[in-house]
Design a protein around this ligand. Structure first.
Ligand SMILES: [Zn+2]
Length: 288
């Protein structure tokens, strides 16, 4: 499942490739993946609107359009956003055509069509399992974003915030990290990596951390997510970027998927357990 670094990789590429372009046509939608809107609205409203910028919070991509319109996209388990895909996809759910200038309507300045139709850019949302989400809203991004804590990588939070959120929590530390209400963007892979680097057990009570440990956890959250972003995401399963390329973070994993192998810090044997229903790899010898 794409986590913050994978979604940030996609956001960055969408921002470079699509900002300034205008929706020209909606060729395909998947009603089952749509929230806060119906197909007729998407087909009727989107054409003529320009992309101002692409934001992100946690695992959500926010396409900010002119006239206070917002697309909020979530890649779910297997979602992929591709710009001008080379090969046709088997699980294409949404297809949009964008152009460098408005091709329908106009902005009252006679720009539309003045230089003739520009080259079109194709944006495809593919998703084998259809757990991805597509929201079209006016006045702000999807309401469900209000339930999220600050972005785990770029958000305004610090060790004191983390300590405050940890206090009194009996949930296992790993479950705390996965709870998007505290911090948004961490999923199963990065949670295991962050915890290995801190030397903290995924099973210990979240509320049991002392100040130094909370500070260390805060540092590692930012550091590991930064590494993931720098390496353009993790492609253990389906993740590819908007050009169809995989990331490299999977080559640098210290915990996730390493059960049965030697711990690279202490030489002990990495173990697999289940925390909050999620498979979890850790070293019982040096993660306490
Ligand atoms: Zn170890």
């Amino acid at each position: 499942m794409p986590e913050l670094p994978e979604v940030e990789t996609v956001r960055c590429q969408l921002d470079l490739g699509l900002t300034g372009l205008t929706f020209a046509a909606v060729d395909k939608v998947e009603p089952a993946m749509m929230r806060d809107c119906v197909p007729e609205e998407v087909e009727g409203l989107l054409p003529g609107h320009r992309i101002e910028r692409i934001d992100r919070i946690g695992k959500f991509i926010i396409v900010v359009l002119d006239d206070d319109l917002f697309l909020t996209l979530h890649l779910g388990m297997t979602g992929q956003l591709l710009i001008d895909p080379v090969e046709p996809g088997a699980h294409t759910r949404f297809v949009f055509r964008l152009a460098a200038e408005a091709s329908t309507g106009g902005d009252g300045e006679g720009r539309a069509g003045a230089r003739g139709p520009g080259r079109e850019t194709l944006l495809e949302f593919r998703d084998m399992r259809k757990f991805g989400r597509f929201h079209l809203t006016s006045g702000g991004p999807a309401p469900r974003l209000r339930q999220l804590g600050p972005d785990a990588w770029k958000g305004e939070w610090d060790a004191a915030y983390l300590q405050h959120r940890l206090r009194g929590r009996s949930a296992p530390l790993k479950a705390f990290l996965l709870d998007q209400r505290h911090l948004a963007g961490i999923g199963n892979i990065y949670a295991d990596e962050i915890l290995w680097w801190t030397g903290l057990s995924p099973l210990r009570e979240a509320g049991s951390l002392v100040e130094d440990q909370a500070c260390c956890l805060a540092d590692e959250i930012r550091t590991r997510l930064s590494e993931g972003v720098r390496l353009l995401g993790c492609s253990l399963s389906d993740f590819i970027d908007t050009a169809g390329q995989p990331g490299e973070f999977q080559d640098w994993l210290q915990a996730y998927g390493r059960q049965g192998q030697d711990c690279r810090r202490c030489g002990g044997t990495m173990t697999r357990t289940v925390v909050g229903g999620r498979g979890t790899a850790y070293c019982p010898d040096c993660q306490r």
